[in-house]
Design a protein around this ligand. Sequence first.
Ligand code: G6P
Ligand code: MG
Length: 220
Amino acid sequence: QIRAVLFDLDGVVVFTDKYHYLGWKKLADEKGWAFDEEVNHGCRGVPRLASLQVILDHNKVDLPQDEKERLADIKNEYYKELLKQINEDDIYPGVVPFLEKLKEEGVRMAICSSSKNAMPVLDALGLAKYFDAVITGNDIENPKPDPEIFLKGAAAVNMHPFHCLVFEDAESGVDAAHAAHMKCIGVGEPQRLPNAHECVTDYAQIDIQALLDAGRVKTI
Ligand code: G6P
Ligand code: MG
């Protein structure tokens, strides 16, 4: 039985994955590096510097560490600039009613995001109030697919991992949830998240009772 739901943020609760993409795209274009949605998929759930490394590897580019840090900072400035425009349209459709229903059922909820910008995003959209805990990239040492972030989320809402369910749009996040021995629902197309047991693209379709009873979004 599911008694706590742990949500990734970017690409799961809000469409900020689009802005992470646009931030990296701007940097890549300036540098003349190839970067597209496919390469970006490998950056989902991946911390800032490691995301840059994904792009550098794709382009077979090698840079000194201080230059990597400088470029990652530049991408973060681009991202923060894009965040200035976020509004309710950036909230994943159906997610707010879904959070409200879970709250009514007494389900504990946490955000478990690798992003160091997670808190300002939640605040800007008035979403922080739904969550009993928020664990971000500032709170962890080992990024997804390490289970640390989800284990910290479970501990923060005082729940055993067995009773926790994760929503994730990143392969690294799905693997992290499984490493934490939690069930995981993929957000997005199933072919992009082969390790997720099930995927959703619309929160309104979820049968809350089936979800809480069995950790499933579809009945077999
Ligand atoms: C999330 C996003 C990634 C991003 C990472 C770090 O996991 O999915 O695209 O690279 O957070 O975000 P930050 O805001 O700290 O650069
Ligand atoms: Mg994500």
